[in-house]
Design a protein around this ligand. Structure first.
Ligand SMILES: C[S@@+](CC[C@H](N)C(=O)[O-])C[C@H]1O[C@@H](n2cnc3c(N)ncnc32)[C@H](O)[C@@H]1O
Length: 351
């Protein structure tokens, strides 16, 4: 029998050697992603590409199995906050096997933890040097003499607004979720001997106790961007209404979408992930429905603050301009996002 001819084509030989090299090569990787249920199909697509690049093309059934492992973890973390993380690590199997082993896990996160990190890692002033210009214009127009008008600052941060209100003579209460921030306000108020009561707590908590009909002004600025949906907005309106005196004012801001834009689940979830929770005009109307609120004004936060803020206070922070115009959530290269932060002023009617 004549022997088989030996292959002598250099290209075929080097390809054949290189193919065998794969048996001595191991690949491993890890990815972490925001734990959001609506993003799972996107994650599965990306993981399929990464696994294929690691030497294993996953079948539809294998990808479904991966999805089913990720789903309960994404749901658990998402229920706690939009700051949870999903992790997937993978490693190609040792030859002669040719698969990919993977592990899925998650970590929970909270908004207060995110902000506590800011205290250690970011420079003051965290939210700007001056109080909001819109707040000051409302106070000048409606709330004199200051001593007669009790104010509540919800999600007061480090007191950017609470402290100036107290310095003007308003009895001021601050409600703040992040204990590290509440302490900063408390310490500063004590150092200046200001009339400020600081309560550490969540404006949405079931067990929150605040005296009804006490305030001439309830302020809630840059806070609804952390809410988890229209049900939280509704609760905020109910509580503000309850805490205000008749004739009192509710000054708040929220990311409101352009009429006609219909955000899907992914847009809603991503807006929360980017600290820019969006609300449609219908969500806003529903939040105040049935309450004796009259809407007095509606302004673009970016435009109002840009025009009226102190020259040395604009922009208030490095992130403010993009964030307030919706670019943190919508990374558009051209044009403007279908939402922006709006200042809304309401008056509680009645006696
Ligand atoms: C972007 S900062 C704004 C702080 C302050 N309002 C200002 O404009 O300088 C958002 C603040 O809201 C607080 N916050 C978020 N969710 C809250 C909630 N459910 N109840 C009370 N405070 C909350 C955060 O801890 C943080 O201090």
């Amino acid at each position: 029998m004549p022997s088989e001819p030996k292959v002598s084509d250099p290209k075929a030989l080097s390809d054949a050697l290189e193919r065998r090299l794969n048996r001595r090569t191991r690949v491993k990787g890890e990815i972490s992603m925001p734990a959001a249920p609506s993003l799972l199909p996107l994650y599965i697509k990306r993981l399929a590409v990464m696994f294929a690049a690691s030497g294993k093309k996953f079948s539809t059934d294998e990808l479904k199995e991966l999805h089913d492992m990720m789903r309960p973890r994404a749901e658990t973390a998402w229920a706690v906050s939009p700051h949870g993380r999903l992790f997937v690590s993978w490693e190609s199997e040792k030859a002669p096997a040719s698969g990919v082993d993977y592990l899925v896990w998650h970590e929970l996160g909270t908004t207060a933890e995110q902000y506590a990190w800011w205290v250690e890692n970011r420079d003051q002033p965290l939210f700007g040097k001056h109080p909001d210009a819109r707040l000051m214009s409302v106070v000048d127009e409606y709330l004199t003499p200051a001593a007669q008008h009790h104010v509540l600052d919800i999600g007061a941060g480090v007191g950017r607004n609470t402290l100036p209100l107290a310095r003007r003579g308003h009895p001021a209460d601050a409600l703040e979720l992040t204990p590290e921030f509440a302490k900063i306000i408390q310490d500063q108020a004590a150092a200046e001997d200001l009339l400020v009561d600081v309560l550490t707590g969540d404006v949405l908590a079931d067990d929150l106790v605040i005296e009804p009909r006490k305030y001439s002004l309830v302020l809630c600025t840059e806070v609804t961007s952390h809410f988890r949906g229209p049900h939280h907005l509704r609760l905020l309106f109910e509580r503000a209404h309850q805490w205000l005196k008749p004739g009192g004012l509710f000054l708040m801001n929220a990311f409101v979408t352009t009429p006609g834009y219909r955000p899907d689940a992914m847009a809603r979830e991503l807006s929360q992930i980017f600290w820019s929770t969006l609300f449609t005009p219908e969500d806003m109307t529903a939040a105040a429905a049935g309450m004796s609120f009259t809407k007095l004004t509606d302004h673009s936060v970016h435009d109002f603050e840009q025009e009226h803020q102190h020259a040395d206070g604009w922009p208030p922070t490095g992130w403010f301009e993009d964030w307030s115009r919706g670019f943190d959530a919508f990374g558009l290269k051209e044009g403007f996002p279908p939402m922006e932060l709006r200042w809304l002023l309401f008056r509680k009617e009645g006696v």
